[in-house]
Design a protein around this ligand. Sequence first.
Ligand code: NI
Length: 253
Amino acid sequence: MLLHHASWPEVEAYLKRCKGIVIPIGSTEQHGPNGLVGTDAICPEVIAAEAGAQSGFLIGPTFNVGIAQHHLGFPGSMTLRPTTMIAALNDWIESLTRHGFDRIYFLNGHGGNITTINAAFAEYYANFSLDAAPCPVRLTQRNWWELPGVGDVCRRLFPAGEGSHATPSEVSVTYYAHPHAVKRVEMTPKIAPSASFADAADYRRNFPDGRIGSDPSQATPDKGAEIVAAAKAALIGEVSDFFGVKPLAQAAE
Ligand code: NI
């Protein structure tokens, strides 16, 4: 069930059965010559939406602008400062806990978000620790590509050129979600370079077309469907364990 498609009485009824919610969280940033700027938000969003439809677990809105200062050398990229994101995440968390949600699972689509999400969790828990009050809420984050079994599928589909940014795996997932947005672009060089980076100017100098170590011209909607199927199944299992509640519904496929 999607929070955005539910009425408030439906959310109230859900909270009597389950106090957990999944929040997809990503980024709005360049993903190379054929990748969508929304890639890191779209991937967790589609995986969570399909898992929510099958399991009945509630899926919240996508937190879709993250830490992408290093991508600002490319048109369309947007970023939050880490301090802004920590504050915004705490407002999201406190809005949900006010209604009784006590398990919030962030399904992350962007490696650059990880440390800031953890900092936001520490900020939230500090409210309780400093008050010497036990916190009834548990927060967790998981990168979708690290869900059990997903890496095996990605390595089988893309034995070469997976890389670490604008990967054929993530681009495939977005092409599956939005087949009208598929772009066919020749990659030069075929596999992009790998290196470190600091700010936006440094990133653009090191990675002129935006990719890191990848060949996303291998991406197809069919491969994305395989990845999403594996991620969906693993996500339902993990969320069920974290919430301490069995899936609420098994929709017909
Ligand atoms: Ni990405």
